[in-house]
Design a protein around this ligand. Structure first.
Ligand code: ARG
Length: 586
């Protein structure tokens, strides 16, 4: 199916052309004054310059051409040159029926499906997931779902930080605590020796401990650095402990991401790119891009138009070790080989902007990806506490993600009434979903680059623009349908439009596809949040104004019930691409 904006743009563009004007002037948009008209075209203003003619004259020509079209209830020229259009109710109903029978619920499908690699999450192995990684997970998951809903192929990669100094620190500390472990013995044989198991709690405790220790103990720091280098060049014993650390840590990470309904197709890490580092150096050498500077191997990436300096990107440090940029570049080689993606999106903290700029420029210069491949940093802002500073625990530490979520789940549980549930188990389950909805919507409703304030009370409010309000709206529809004894799968019938609010609600339904399109084009889940909120608010007014249960006119009642069902499906679709799950009751 085609969206209504497309249909209208086609009609108006053709009219412009038939009147001898440029077709491209006929772009139609939704009116911002629904009381005046539903849609408008402002092309006559741009045309005025081109054709040296007053805009109202151009608009008049076009209006005359299209006014006979039965799709319109009214078309008029409004001075100085607007073209205002309002649809016939029959068309609104027809479009609504089309959406209802479309498996994509009117979400426009990409003409050419694109392959997009989405790099988000980026947690570091051996460090517990903390709230610094929350935004990337929430936003990346939503962008993945939006892009997929539009028919694109998206591959999500968690891109674990599993190869850096933090691992060396953990191994160094483990070796001091357990000098007798077989993996630390010089004759360790991975074929027959079993590594000693590591406990997740110890792992979570050991990194902060070792990191602290390295700050005051130079010998320890040096040892950790040496271990990191040996690990990276394949030391058998260290590889074996590293694998054990990975096993424990990844299991823990997966559990945490699962609670957030975040999942990844690939659980690759920085270590997986290691095998492409030689190829990277090779390519850079062949292109003559790499040179030695103060002992390190670097590539220039500055451009004439740079407003701030962009230093050369370091590929190998003077001790021959790989760094962050090396891994990111090698990973691009890997992704190009595996998927030849049209786009690679990095949902990463905005403070890593310079690093990613260097990496992207180097990749393009080296021809690791074609010029046409989009490498984009979808930079994200910080989640702040009420004091406006990055969110911290009460004692000023970094908040663990699991602790944060548990706090919100408890608060959500506390806000809901027992009597609304059939069992405590159901209430617990609902609290979990409401909490995630509150946290995610509180995040996603902001522009991704903006910093925002994490405010549990606000996010859990049943009123206003919150995730809680949205799933509450779904539960209200559930209860209407339960009381009427109808189920979601019954055939729908839209027989007429009986009030202005219904018309507005139906217009929003037939325009929802546009919201998905904009959200994708602008990489902005906030557009989905805005539309979902609008849909829910319009529904609430409609429900408040009309008594569905008591309605005796059967055509009217079945139209209204159909409206409830369709709004419910659409709201759930919006929530789904935000990574939020609805509940039956709350
Ligand atoms: N592990 C990194 C960190 O915690 C984030 C990784 C982001 N992704 C990337 N391809 N660089 O800062």
């Amino acid at each position: 199916m085609t969206g209504i904006i497309n249909d209208l743009t086609k009609i108006v563009s053709e009219a412009f052309e038939e009147c001898g004007y440029d077709k491209s002037l006929g772009t139609v948009s939704v009116s911002d004054r629904l009381d005046l008209c539903q849609f408008q075209c402002n092309g006559a203003f741009a045309g005025a310059k081109q054709y040296r003619k007053a805009p109202f004259m151009i608009a008049n020509d076009v209006v005359e051409k299209i006014s006979g079209n039965e799709i319109f209830k009214s078309v008029e020229m409004v001075k100085p040159g607007f073209i205002n259009m309002t649809l016939n109710d029959e068309i609104i109903l027809k479009k609504t029926r089309e959406i209802e029978s479309d498996i994509n619920l009117g979400i426009p499908q990409a003409e050419k499906s694109e392959t997009i690699v989405l790099d988000y999450g980026g947690p570091n192995v051996a460090k517990p997931l903390h709230i610094g990684h929350l935004r990337s997970a929430i936003i990346g998951e939503s962008l993945k779902r939006i892009a997929r809903a539009m028919g694109n192929k998206v591959i999500s990669d968690v891109h674990l930080g599993d190869w850096g100094l933090q691992i060396g620190l953990v191994i160094a500390e483990l070796s001091e605590r357990n000098p007798d472990w077989v993996c630390f013995s010089p004759d360790f044989d991975p074929e027959k020796d079993k590594v000693n198991p590591i406990d997740v709690d110890e792992l979570n405790e050991i990194y902060p401990f070792a990191s602290q220790k390295s700050k005051s103990d130079d010998a320890f720091k040096e040892k950790a650095r040496a271990i990191t280098a040996e690990l990276q060049s394949g030391h058998k014993g260290y590889i074996a402990v590293w694998k054990e650390i990975m096993r424990v840590s990844v299991k823990d990470l997966k559990e945490n991401y699962e609670k957030l309904y975040v999942d990844f197709d690939l659980w690759y890490g920085e270590s997986d790119a290691n095998k492409y580092v030689d190829e990277l150096i090779d390519v850079l050498n062949k292109k003559g891009l790499i040179y030695k500077s103060e002992g390190a191997l670097v590539v220039d990436v500055e451009e004439e138009t740079d407003k701030a300096p962009v230093p050369p990107v370091i590929i190998k440090k003077s001790d021959n070790s790989n760094i962050y940029a090396t891994t990111d570049l090698a990973t691009i080689i890997q992704r190009e080989k595996d998927f030849s993606p049209d786009r690679i999106w990095y949902v990463v903290d905005k403070r890593q902007g310079l690093h990613l700029t260097q990496v992207f420029r180097c990749a393009k210069k080296a021809g690791i990806v074609p010029e046409s491949t989009e490498l984009a940093h979808l930079a994200i802002g910080t989640m702040n506490g009420k004091d406006g500073k990055p969110y911290k625990t009460r004692d000023g530490g970094v908040m663990r993600l699991s602790d944060l979520i548990n706090t919100v789940v408890e608060a959500a549980y506390g806000k809901m009434l027992d009597e609304n549930f059939e069992s405590d188990e159901e209430k617990r389950e609902a609290a979990q979903k409401v909490a995630i909805a509150a946290v995610k919507f509180g995040d996603l409703s902001n522009h991704i680059q903006k910093d925002y304030i994490f405010d549990i009370d606000k996010f859990l409010s049943f009123e206003g623009k919150t995730g809680t309000y949205l799933i509450y709206t779904v539960t209200r529809i559930n209860s209407i349908l339960r009381n009427l004894g109808v189920d979601d799968n019954q055939p729908l019938s839209f027989n007429g439009i009986y009030s202005d609010i219904e018309r507005e609600l139906l217009l929003n339904i037939i325009l929802s596809g546009e919201a998905f399109k904009h959200a994708f084009e602008e990489r902005a889940p906030s557009v989905i949040c805005d539309n979902a909120y609008k849909l829910a608010s319009l529904f609430s007014t409609f429900y408040h104004d009309n008594h569905i249960m008591g309605e005796t006119d059967k055509d009217k009642q079945s139209s209204w019930v159909s409206l409830c069902i369709l709004v419910r499906r659409l709201l759930i679709k919006h929530l789904d691409v935000l990574g939020i799950k609805a509940v039956e009751r709350m």
